[in-house]
Design a protein around this ligand. Sequence first.
Ligand SMILES: *Cc1c(COP(=O)(O)O)cnc(C)c1O
Length: 701
Amino acid sequence: MRISETITSLNILARNIWWTWNQDAREVFGELSSRTWQNVYHNPVAVLREISETELQTRLLDPNYFSKVNRVLVDFDNYMNPSDTWVSRQSSDLQGKSIAYFSAEFGLHETLPIAAGGLGVLAGDHIKSASDLGLEFNGITLFYREGYFQQSINQENWQTEYYNQLNPKNLPMDPVLNKQGEPLVCNVDIASDTVYFRSWRINVGRCPLYLLDTNLPENKPHYRDLTLRVYGGDSTTRIQQEILLGVGGVKLLRALEIQPSVFHMNEGHAAFLSFELIKEKLNDGQLFEAAMKATKKECIFTTHTPVPAGHDRFGSELVQYALNRYEKYLNLSHEELMGLGRLNPDDTGETFCMTVLALNTSRSANGVSELHGSVSREMWEDKFKLPKEEVPIGHITNGIHLLGWMSGPARDFWQPKLGDAGVFYEQVNTSEFWAKTEDPDFVSDEELWALRYRLRRGLIDFTRNKLIDIPKAREGDFISYDQLLDADTLTIGFARRFATYKRAPLIFDKLDKVVKLAKDSEKPVQFIFAGKAHPADDEGKRFIQKIAHLSKQSEMAGQLVFIENYDIEIGRMLVGGCDVWLNNPRRPMEASGTSGMKTAAHGGLNCSIMDGWWREVFDGVNGFSIGDDSHPDDIEEQDRIDSENLFRVLSEEVIPTFYNRDANGIPRAWIKKIRRAMATIAPRYNTWRMVQEYSQKYYIS
Ligand SMILES: *Cc1c(COP(=O)(O)O)cnc(C)c1O
C-alpha cells in the first residue's frame, strides 16, 4: 500500500470503533503522540486532528511503524469483509433479517460518555458482539451533547457535577446524510409540536449505531436541549426523550429504508416505538386489533428492573399533554391509551408504566439472569393474571464483550499462548480455551501470579497518577502519593453506580474491625472505590461522602482510595488490577450485574452476594460468596446479616487464602481459585454467548 492510501485508510479506521476491542489498532494511534493520546482520552479521531499531514507522512516512512499500521489495516479489512461469520455458518435463519436495538444509553468507550452505568455498557457490549457474530444489527440511541455528568468531589467530600460539551467533529461519529448529501432531518410529534432531529452514526465494527439529536435551529429552544443530557431533567423531559427515542428511532430507520424484522427494546425507555409501528399499520388501512397484533409480532423486550419503583411511570396529564397527537393517530381515547400502560387498564387512578406498555406490545420478554427472570414473573403476575410459573417472561443472563474489557497486559499474556491475533480472536470466547487455564502445563502458577502482580502494579500506578490529576486533593493532604497503596497488598475493588441498593459503604459498617484487618502488618488489605451517584440521589452522595471522608481523614488513609469520575477507563483498570471484586447489593435488586464478569480474564476473584449472575456461576471454588442463596424480607435484617457475612468471609476466607504462601511465595490455593474462575466465568459470561442466545431464542421468530 502507498503512503497516501495508508493515510486514507487510517482515517477510516479511526472512525470505526472496532479499535475499542483491538489493542494493536489503539497502539497505532497511541504511538503517534502519547501525550495527545492521554489528553484526548484515547480518541483516534482527535489524535489524527492533532498530527499534521507532513508529520503523519513522515512517520509512515519508518518501516516498522508502516508495517505495523498495514498489519492492523489488513486485520481491519478482514474483519469488515469476512468470508464467513457465526450467522452465516450456524444461524442461517438470521441471514437477511435485520434487528433494531433501542437503548437510552450506550457505553462504548471513555471518549463517548453517553451512558450512566451498566445498562449502557451492556448495550455497547451487545452491539460489539452482534458485529463480531455477523448479525445485521442497528443500534438506536440519542446523542447527548453533554453526555452523562462528570464528577468531582469537593472539600466537604460532596459530589458535584459538571458537564463537558461533546463535539461530534472530534469524535468517531459521522453525520447521517440524505441522498443530496445534506444532513438527514426527520421529525417526531411531541405534545402539539413537530420536533425535528438529525442523526449521527457511529460505526461499531460492521454495525451502525444511530444517535438522534434535536439540536437544530428549526426547533424551539427547549426542544434543542431535549437531547442535552443522559436522563437529565424532570419527567416532562424524560417522556419527551422517550418519545424521541422510540418514535424517532422508527422514523429514522424508515427514512434510511431499513426494515427490521425485530425491534428490540432494551428496557422500557424505548417502548413508544410500538406506537409508531401501530400507527404505520393503521395508516395502511389495518384495524387497531390487527395492527396491535402485527406490532406485537415484531417486538421483543428486555427488562432490567427487579423492583416496581424502578420502572418509569408517567401521570395521566403528562401523557395527555405529550402524546395527544398519538391519541388521534391511534384512534384511542385518552383512557384507552393510558390503559396500554396500566396493570389494570380500567383503573383511572393508575399512572402509565413504560414496562407495562413494553410487555403489552412485544411478543416475548426476558429478564437478565435466572433469578431476575423469576422475580419478574412474580412481579408481573397481576398484569398477566396468570400463576407465576406461567407468566411469559424468560431470561437470558447478561455478559460482557470479553476482548473489549481485556486490558493490554492481559491480552499480551494470553495471545501468545493461542498463536497469532487471528487464532486468539477466534478462540477467546470458547470454553475449549478457558478450560486449558486449569492445566498447569498450559499456564503455570508462577506465570499467573506474575500476571496478578503486573496488573496490580499497573492499577496502583494509574491510581496515583489519577489523584495527582485532581488538584484539589493536594490541599490538606497528609500522605504522599507514592505512599498510597502497596503492590504486595491484597487489593479489593468496588466500582459501579452508587445506587443505594448497591450499598457501597456496607463494609464500613464495622469500621473498627475493618481498620484492624486493613492494618494487619502481616496480612494487610487495601480498598479502591469509584462510582457516581445520580445527581438527584442525596443518599447515594452521602455514601460517596462517607467513603471519601474515610479515605482522607481516617486511619484508612493510604489504604482506602476513592477515585473520582468513574468511567469506562477507570472501570477497565480496576477490574484488571484488583485481586477481589466486591459486590454487596441488596438481594434480589442486582438484576444481573456485569462488572464482576470483567475480572475473570485478569485473574481477579469475585466476592459477592448470591444475586444476579453470581449465584448462577459460584461453585464454592471460583470466588467467594457473601451469605447463601436466600435473603430475609426485612431490609434492615438483611443489611445486618450481610454485613456480618461480608466481614466473616473477608477475615476467614479471603485474607487467609490470599496470604497463604508456599516456600516460593506463591499462594497455591488462591491461584487454584483463579484458574477455576477463568474456566467457569470467561467462556460463559460474555456477550458472544448472550447474543447467540438472543438470536436463537428471540431474534429468529
Ligand atoms: C461494567 C460497568 C458497569 C456495571 O457494573 P455493575 O457492577 O454491574 O453495576 C457500570 N459502569 C461501568 C463504567 C462499567 O464498566
